[in-house]
Design a protein around this ligand. Structure first.
Ligand SMILES: CC(C)(COP(=O)(O)OP(=O)(O)OC[C@H]1O[C@@H](n2cnc3c(N)ncnc32)[C@H](O)[C@@H]1OP(=O)(O)O)[C@@H](O)C(=O)NCCC(=O)NCCS
Length: 303
C-alpha cells in the first residue's frame, strides 16, 4: 500500500488520479492504472489466459513493471476486465536494455471474445499518453511477425517494424520458436501510416515486389526496392503461431536498412496463393535510423 502510494507520488499530476483518459470508438475511455495486488492478479490472469503460462507475465514481473511503468486496465461498464496492457518507463530485470528516451510496451491483451473490437487501440493510446507525460521520445515493442491484428493496429498508430530479435522469448519457447519483430514509434517524428490502397497499388504497379525466397529478397533489398513478404495467417492462434518462412525472410531483411510499414489481408491484396490464408507484410527502404538498442542487438547477431 505504502509502496503503491510512493510510486503514484512520482507520477505526473493528471496520472496520479489513477486513470488515463483516451478518446476511443464513440466515447472517452478512462483506462485505469493498476496498483493493488488484486488488480495485478486480475491482469496476470488475463495475460496468462491469452499468452499461456510459459510466455505470460509472472506475478513478480508484474509488480516490477508496476513500479517502473504502468499496468493499464480497461474495464467494461459493469467493471469487468476487458483488456490489460503493460508498459515500462524504466528498465527492469527482465528488460534491462531500455534507453533513457524510450518506453517499452510489454504485452497488450484483450479478452479473447473482444479481439478485433478496436479496444486494443484504446490501451495502445493510453500507453502513448503515459509515454508523452514522461517526455519519452520513442515507444518500442516486440511482437510475432504472424500477429496480424497487433501489427496492423500498431501500423495504424504510426509504428514501424525496425528489427527482428531471434532471441526474444526463446528462453520460454525454445530457440527455434522464439523471436519477435521489434516495432517502434518515434513520438516527435511519427512515421506516416500508409493507406491500404496505397500498398495495393504499389504491388499492382510493380513498385513493390512479392518476395518468397531468400535469393530474391537479397536482390530486391540490394536495389532498395519496396517488397512484400507472404505470411501464413491462422486467425484463432495468430498470437501463438509460427511461420518459419516469414521468420527467415524478415530476419534477413532486418539486416538491411528496411522498415515494415503495412499488412495486407487476402481480400485486400487479391493475389492467388494455393496454400491458404496468406497475408502480406510490406517493407520499404528505411527512412529513419533504428534505435541504438536495436542497432546494437543487430550488430551482436551479425558478429
Ligand atoms: C492485439 C490486440 C490488443 C489488438 O486489439 P484489437 O482491438 O483486436 O485491434 P483492432 O480491432 O483495432 O484490430 C487491429 C487490426 O487488425 C485487424 N484484424 C482484427 N481481427 C482480425 C482477424 N481476425 N484477421 C485479420 N485481421 C484482423 C482489424 O481489422 C484491424 O485492422 P484495421 O483497423 O486496419 O481494419 C488484440 O487483438 C489482442 O488482444 N490480441 C491477442 C493478444 C495479442 O496478440 N497481443 C499483442 C501481442 S503483445
Amino acid at each position: 500500500m505504502e509502496k503503491a502510494a510512493r510510486t503514484r507520488g512520482r507520477r505526473p499530476p493528471s496520472l496520479r488520479r489513477g486513470t488515463v483518459p483516451v478518446k476511443g470508438p464513440g466515447r472517452v475511455f478512462h483506462v485505469a492504472i493498476a496498483s493493488s495486488p488484486r488488480e495485478l492478479d486480475e491482469a496476470r490472469r488475463l495475460d496468462n489466459l491469452v499468452f499461456g503460462p510459459a510466455v505470460g507475465v509472472k506475478v513478480d514481473e508484474l509488480s516490477e513493471i508496476g513500479r517502473n511503468g504502468y499496468l493499464l486496465l480497461l474495464r467494461g461498464v459493469e467493471g469487468d476486465l476487458q483488456g490489460q496492457s503493460q508498459m515500462l518507463v524504466r528498465p527492469i530485470g527482465s528488460h534491462p536494455d531500455l534507453a533513457s528516451d524510450e518506453v517499452y510496451c510489454y504485452a497488450t491483451a484483450l479478452r479473447p471474445e473482444l479481439i478485433g473490437s478496436g479496444l486494443g487501440r484504446v490501451l495502445a493510446m493510453a500507453q502513448e499518453v503515459c509515454a508523452r507525460w514522461h517526455r519519452r521520445r520513442r515507444m518500442t515493442l516486440a511482437v510475432r511477425p504472424e500477429n496480424g491484428p497487433s501489427i496492423r493496429m500498431r501500423f495504424a498508430l504510426g509504428f514501424r517494424i525496425v528489427g527482428y530479435d531471434p532471441s526474444r522469448y526463446a528462453h520460454a519457447e525454445g530457440p527455434e520458436r522464439g523471436g519477435r519483430v521489434i516495432m517502434e514509434k518515434v513520438l516527435d517524428r511519427p512515421g506516416r501510416s500508409h493507406e491500404t490502397w496505397q500498398l495495393v497499388k504499389a504491388l499492382e504497379s510493380g513498385t513493390a515486389t512479392l518476395v518468397r525466397s531468400r535469393e530474391l529478397l537479397e536482390q530486391v533489398a540490394q536495389d532498395r526496392r519496396m517488397l512484400a513478404i507472404p505470411t501464413h495467417y491462422i486467425p484463432e492462434v495468430h498470437y501463438h503461431s509460427y511461420d518459419p518462412v516469414v521468420r527467415e525472410l524478415v530476419a534477413a531483411l532486418c539486416r538491411y536498412p528496411y522498415e515494415g510499414i503495412g499488412w495486407l489481408r487476402p481480400e485486400e491484396h487479391h493475389l492467388p496463393f494455393p496454400d491458404g490464408d496468406i497475408h502480406l507484410l510490406v517493407f520499404q527502404p528505411r527512412t529513419q535510423e533504428p534505435p541504438a538498442t536495436i542497432k546494437a542487438e543487430t550488430q551482436r547477431q551479425e558478429a
